[in-house]
Design a protein around this ligand. Structure first.
Ligand SMILES: *Cc1c(COP(=O)(O)O)cnc(C)c1O
Length: 380
């Protein structure tokens, strides 16, 4: 049978089962428990190495839940607007709608493919003019693990006093100026879905600025139960905590996190090296002057049909024939039917990337030989 080369497969350290077995042996087969606490402490220690500030981490059932609770914490509600990067997965924007608020989409700048800080400011000014109100939050995304221009984004956000929720679902371990993505904004969301850098089978986490906000996030994530001997509720809550079993997988994954990041960066390096000077093919690599260190969760390439002699769809089909999975880039939110009525500030960058780009196999199980095979097909 032909070996299939997939985009982003999970890879276990082998320790996951020990933590799960411990949970079974101690009968902690429930939401919450020692693995949840342990996973949170592990993440805090790991992220804390390059956070430049205090970090408190709450383990949650998904990255989407993490973004949602950040918006709950910031008091986002009906009638509010939240600025969101347009070039992203729908999970960045959906929670804005869960809160009855309106997403306002802002396009990307060409280098990092992430939110354009100047267009962000234009959007804020225009919303202020049109609605008389400032947006309630800003959601920049570190797409495919490439850090957004956080100095400029934070500068704009701070000037207007608007809190930032970083969608770092794809960017655990990505560094901007020596600091981890997810630690710049007031909140940072991580995802441990099956195809992300590390997995808990499904799960996420919210990076919080202090102990009190982390405690409040846990409160909302467990049905907002007040401290009474009986069940007393004064807020609408959610069932968003990570289970103790899933957290056991997460603890095991912490043993391979550094390795996975190193491997994905190495795979990206191979694509860059082997595809340089290939007409019409550009491997995405930011050139920003700030010290950027993407985790290269997924390596992506752009295909310029005139120069290459084929489109990205042609290439995708050829790769598929050889058992190689590829995937179009995220379709920008301002082009999605569901968001057709949302205000959008557009400059053409995300749309042009979407029309030319694909993601290539990048997971820890992709070998050097696999990359050679992929490159050979592209060159042919
Ligand atoms: C995966 C992802 C999410 C959502 O994470 P889940 O854990 O799948 O809910 C959010 N934003 C981006 C950019 C993602 O890639």
């Amino acid at each position: 049978m032909m070996k299939r080369i997939l985009l982003s497969l999970a890879h276990m350290s082998g320790k996951e089962e020990e933590f799960i077995r411990e949970a079974f042996d101690s009968n902690w087969v429930v939401p919450l428990g020692p693995n949840v606490d342990g996973f949170e402490r592990d993440l805090e220690a790991w992220i804390g190495k390059k956070a430049g500030r205090e970090v408190h981490v709450v383990a949650l059932s998904s990255g989407t839940a993490a973004i949602h609770l950040a918006l709950v914490m910031l008091g986002v509600g009906p009638g509010d607007e939240v600025i969101c990067q347009s070039f992203t997965f729908a999970a960045s924007a959906n929670p804005v709608c869960y809160q009855g608020a309106t997403p306002v989409f802002v396009d990307s700048e060409p280098d990092t493919w992430n939110i354009d800080p100047q267009l962000l400011e234009t959007a804020i000014e225009d919303r202020l003019r049109k609605t008389g109100k400032l947006p309630k939050a800003i959601i920049p995304v570190h797409l495919y693990g490439t850090p957004a221009r956080m100095n400029e984004v934070m500068d704009v956000a701070n000037r207007y006093g608007i809190p930032v929720v970083e969608d770092a679902a794809e960017a655990i371990g990505s560094e901007y100026g020596g600091r981890y993505c997810g630690t710049f904004g007031q909140y940072g969301a991580l995802s441990f879905n099956g195809n992300k850098m590390i997995t808990t089978s499904g799960g996420g986490a919210l990076i919080c600025p202090d102990e009190a906000s982390a405690a409040r996030v846990k409160f909302y994530a467990t049905q907002a139960r007040e401290a009474f001997p009986y069940y007393q509720h004064e807020k609408i809550g959610y069932n968003y905590r990570l289970s103790n079993i899933s957290a056991g997988i997460g603890r095991g994954q912490m043993f391979v996190l550094d390795e996975h990041i190193a491997r994905r960066r190495a795979i990206h390096g191979l694509y860059v090296e082997k595809l340089k000077n290939t007409p019409g093919i550009t491997v995405m690599q930011p050139r920003s002057t700030v010290d950027l260190c993407p985790n290269y969760w997924l390596s992506t390439i752009l295909v310029e049909p005139e120069q290459a002699g084929f489109t990205y769809q042609d290439l995708s089909a050829r790769l598929a024939e050889a058992g190689i999975e590829s995937r179009p880039l995220w379709k920008p939110m301002h082009l999605q039917p569901v968001f057709r009525n949302a205000p959008a500030y557009v400059n053409g960058v995300s749309e042009s990337r979407f029309m030319q780009g694909i993601c290539l196999p990048s997971g820890p199980l992709v070998t050097d030989d696999d990359v050679d095979k992929i490159v050979e097909i592209i060159k042919k």
